[in-house]
Design a protein around this ligand. Structure first.
Ligand code: FES
Length: 566
């Protein structure tokens, strides 16, 4: 096999000249022939001044390079896109596929025998794994790690469940503008990813469970010396992978993918992970079976007591033993023979655990947070291809609920009318948001966590049934039905709901129904206006023409592998 600098030569019609030219140029960087004859480990640099979740990437790169060189390899750092949740308009999801495409093509175009993918903020690890799944280069993920917590008047704070909780208190006049401004400087007290079991922590944990990152790499603090040692160890592992490494598609066997689904439910993880896993399945020519995911959820207990479903932060999860400890509680539900990118099996990950001393943050099976998993899959005439609800983070009293629909036609409509004192709305109504899906918004914003209307919040209302074709931040909570598929802007019946209709949510029976007749629904659907034309140019046009629905992970149709139904 062609290796190192000889790999993937630029085409000039003369391979020897191509190598001669490549060496001549790269020697300008001061490298010796000895260095250039080593196996090459690419390191994806996702540092950006716009991405505080990746603020430690320069230090991680230095540590990973050290590990590569100690193991006899040659590290080559290359830049890729970086996406932060708060610095991506219209949404970070809109850009995820662009990052996946760029990463895939740079890993393919440049000579490297393995690659370290440094990611962290919500969309970056998914984009990188989608890229790796479509690439033949062995890959290992190095998460940036969670941020540290801060405190305010004796209370611990961490982004970003507390961001939403504090803002809800401000909207309800429970804290004033001065205090909310003071808290603003304390919510993200260091670089690193959100320190609850949001999307970033969920995806980092799944990397361990699916064999794509080293044990404990999903949870060690972004600012810790342990994180740097994990980076060095990742560098060493990546050199070994240049000889023996499996491709990501070989690591992500059906067993590994299923292990990911089990872990997601046991974590009380983010609903966004369902979308990202569906996209990764698609890259492998498979379809995420939502019915199977729901069935797994009915068997797998929630064992992790972290916000937003519980009380703790990522620091406690790491101290309690992190993902290996969690997996050790699930051995009968996992396939321990699933491979790891860096060698061995998932069984090896949990084979050397120290004795358990903690039982609150990672619960034993005998004392779960909840006997069933975190996320349920709903269907019905409002969601023909499914919807999800993180019922572990919802008010138990609202899980079977019938109410009057109050419809918002877009995120903008919701923003303009939600707090209008003249809005006719009561606590037992059902808030409906549409045109917030993959195409409609576009970019499927995290707008599904519709705020409680201000005048109801002031009366003490903390949760209402809310439903939409949008997503929700993994750090959010409430009785929020998400990812209604197909979306309203792509022929979904959500488009036909009218204010005043009755809607019934029944989580135990997994149903979501608009209580009108099939004839009436068909007549309303037939009367809907034609969708607007695609944007006139550029990435927005590419996105609009090719983005898939939530059940296919919002990947572009031309990036998915041919289905093998395996
Ligand atoms: Fe980056 Fe939360 S904003 S992980």
């Amino acid at each position: 096999m062609t290796r190192g600098l000889r790999r993937r030569l630029t085409s000039y019609g003369d391979q020897d000249f191509s190598l001669f030219l490549r060496k001549a140029f790269i020697k300008a960087m001061g490298y010796s022939d000895d260095a250039l004859d080593r196996p090459i480990v690419g390191i994806a640099n996702t540092y950006s001044d716009y991405n505080p979740c990746h603020g430690n990437v320069p230090q991680l790169i230095e540590a990973a390079k050290r590990g590569v060189m100690l193991a006899g390899g040659m590290p080559m750092v290359f830049p890729t896109m970086s996406i932060h949740e708060s610095f991506a308009s219209p949404t970070s999801m809109f850009l995820r596929n662009l990052m996946a495409m760029e990463t895939e093509e740079l890993v393919r175009a440049q000579p490297m025998d393995s690659v370290i993918l440094i990611g962290g903020c919500d969309k970056t690890i998914p984009a990188q794994v989608m890229a790796a799944a479509s690439s033949e280069v062995p890959a290992i993920v190095l998460p940036t790690g969670p941020m540290d917590t801060g405190s305010h008047r004796g209370e611990r704070l961490g982004a970003c469940t507390d961001c939403r909780r504090i803002w809800a208190q401000y909207r309800a006049d429970q804290i004033d503008a001065d205090e909310v401004a003071e808290i603003n400087g304390k919510l993200a007290s260091s670089v690193g990813t959100c320190t609850v079991m949001g999307t970033a922590s969920t995806m980092a944990a799944l990397m361990e469970a699916m064999g794509l990152s080293l044990p404990m790499a999903g949870s060690a603090s972004a600012t810790s010396s342990e994180r740097m040692r994990l980076a060095e160890e990742t560098g060493r592992a990546a050199v070994a992978m240049t000889e023996t490494g499996l491709t990501t598609a070989e690591v992500l066997t059906p067993a590994a993918l299923r292990n990911g689904l089990v872990t997601l439910q046991a974590l009380g993880g983010s609903t966004n992970a369902v979308v990202h896993l569906a996209a990764i399945y698609g890259r492998l020519g498979k379809k995420l079976d939502m019915a199977e995911f729901d069935a797994i959820g009915q068997k797998v207990p929630v064992l992790v007591d972290l916000k937003p479903t519980g009380t703790g932060y990522m620091g406690e999860f790491h101290a309690a033993g992190g993902v290996p400890r969690l997996l050790s509680e699930l051995t009968d539900l996992l396939d321990l023979a699933a491979p790891r990118a860096f060698g061995g099996t998932l069984g090896d990950t949990i084979g050397t655990l120290p004795a358990r001393y903690e039982t609150q943050i990672i619960r034993p099976r005998t004392a779960p947070i909840s006997p069933a998993g975190a996320i349920a899959v709903l269907s019905g005439n409002l969601a023909p291809r499914g919807a999800v609800i993180k019922h572990a983070a919802a008010d138990p009293k609202l899980q079977v609920h019938e109410g009057r629909a109050v419809v918002f036609d877009s995120v903008r409509d919701m923003t303009e009318r939600l707090d209008d004192p003249s809005l006719d709305i009561a606590a037992d109504d059902v808030l409906v948001l549409r045109n917030a899906g993959p195409k409609g918004a576009p970019g499927m914003p995290e707008a599904g966590y519709i705020p409680i209307p201000r005048h109801l919040a002031r009366q003490g209302v903390k949760d209402m049934v809310r439903l939409s074709d949008a997503r929700m931040s993994g750090t959010a909570f409430g009785t929020v039905v998400l990812h209604i598929t197909p979306e309203s802007a792509d022929g979904g019946p959500l488009a036909a709901v009218r204010t005043g209709d009755r809607i019934r949510l029944d989580v135990p029976n997994r149903r979501l129904e608009l209580l009108i007749s099939a004839t009436e629904l068909a007549a309303r659907m037939a009367a809907l206006p034609a969708p607007p034309p695609s944007p006139p140019r550029g990435y927005a046009q590419l996105y609009d023409r090719h983005v898939t629905q939530a059940d296919d992970g919002l990947d572009f149709d031309f990036l998915m592998a041919a289905k093998d139904h395996g």
